[in-house]
Design a protein around this ligand. Structure first.
Ligand code: PLP
Length: 388
């Protein structure tokens, strides 16, 4: 059978990622493919490392792109920093914290957890209490917990962990490029993210960075890293060392991230964080005008809103209706499924245009379910924030 021409719908991606990439990123994807050992490609890799350092706010030489989505970044941190029998503390306040626990457990390390209910944040004091019981080689946490919309106090957790001599590993998949991520200032030893959220590229690459302390710990391992694909000794030999073959890196995906980073740095980190913060205020004003509330108890992330689904409104019917309008938002994860929506305000969509489109679609879909009849109020409230 002859397949019809590829013609996917053009959606406004307002879920927790992927977000819509900048058109410049899509254009970069059509550049000529290069071999993974071509000197021209190796030069581009160096450029990308340089820009990544700026975005991560670090001087770490050991900064790279991993060839897979955000999950691979956390996997890489865990399989390299941990060996069977190592003590590790993983902080969890949601689905991605649980994921990190699972990833740490699979290394054979002795995993201890600091957990709070979904929607709350982990404090430095909670981590300290666990460290006082017994030291740990690594403390891991999720900076921006996408499942609950909570912003974890990264600097506070890292300071406590370092005070007790632990390495600090941070998942910043949802925060990088949308809110402050300060790897060196906060004392983070390993951080990993993704390409498809606030950085504004497409899915498929995971930026990551490692301090010298982390690299030293990896060099001092007693056992080989169990995964050849994520072995940082081998990966940095390709990126920074003898450029020996490790795997066939996709030049095309690297071009896309390079262009996305160029856009981020052209805008400026501070300006970009402020744009996301403004989008957050505008969207929250719209929610309030509709009488909708936010699930998150702790500090709310600017880039992800976890919204309580009001009584009498059917989750799937509403999201299906939004899809008919080519607007995507996501449902809740785990215990929050059916009870919350997750809305992303990331990269190209942290703008008045995208927010007003989403709010207009939400107003219509909610009104159709008999929930909300004051059409236009949410859009007016969001507009007022932009007009200042
Ligand atoms: N960590 C967090 C906080 C996330 O939000 C996600 C995905 O949404 C991941 C990890 C996994 O990233 P990916 O889906 O790119 O593998």
């Amino acid at each position: 059978m002859q397949l019809p021409e590829l013609n996917p719908p053009v959606r406004l991606l307002m879920g927790p990622g992927p977000s819509n990439p900048d058109p410049r990123v899509l254009r970069a994807l059509t550049s000529p493919v290069l071999g993974h050992l071509d000197p021209a490609f190796l030069a581009l890799m160096n450029e990308v490392q340089e820009d990544l350092r700026q975005v991560f706010q670090t001087k770490n030489q050991h900064t790279l792109l991993l060839s897979a989505t955000g999950t691979s970044g956390v996997e890489t941190m865990m399989v390299n920093l941990l060996e069977p029998g190592d003590e590790v503390i993983i902080c969890s306040s949601g689905f991605f914290g649980q994921r990190m626990i699972e990833q740490a457990t699979r290394t054979g390390a002795n995993v201890r957890t600091v957990e709070v209910p979904f929607g709350e944040v982990i404090t430095g004091a909670l981590v300290e209490a666990e460290l006082q019981k017994k030291p740990a080689k690594v403390v891991g946490f999720v900076h921006a917990e996408t499942s609950t919309g909570a912003l974890q106090p990264a600097a506070e957790i890292a300071a406590v962990a370092r005070q007790y001599g632990a390495l600090v590993a941070m998942d910043c998949v949802t925060s990088l490029g949308g809110l402050p991520v300060k790897v060196d200032e906060w004392g983070i030893d390993a951080a990993s993210s993704c390409s498809q959220k606030c950085l504004g590229s497409i899915p498929g690459m995971a930026p990551a960075t490692f301090s010298l302390r982390a690299i030293e710990a990896i060099k001092n391992r007693k056992t080989k890293v169990s995964s050849l694909y994520w072995d940082l000794n081998m990966l940095f030999n390709y990126w920074d060392g003898a450029h020996g073959f490790h795997h066939t890196m996709s030049s095309t995906l690297v071009y896309a991230v390079r262009e996305a980073l160029r856009i981020v740095l052209e805008e400026g980190l501070e300006a970009r964080w402020e744009r996301h913060a403004k989008a957050s205020r505008a969207f929250e004003a719209g929610l309030e005008a509709m009488g909708l509330t936010i699930f998150t108890k702790g500090p709310v992330l600017p880039v992800i809103k976890v919204v309580n689904i009001p009584e009498g409104v059917d989750d799937l019917t509403l999201r299906k209706r939004l899809m008919e309008m080519d607007v995507e938002i996501s449902g809740g994860f785990g215990p929050l499924a059916g009870k919350t929506w997750r809305v992303g305000l990331m990269g190209t969509n942290a703008t008045s245009k995208s927010i007003l489109t989403l709010l207009g679609a939400l107003e219509l879909a909610l009104a159709e379910q008999g929930y909300y009849r004051e059409r236009g109020a949410a859009m007016a409230a969001a507009t007022a924030v932009y007009k200042g």
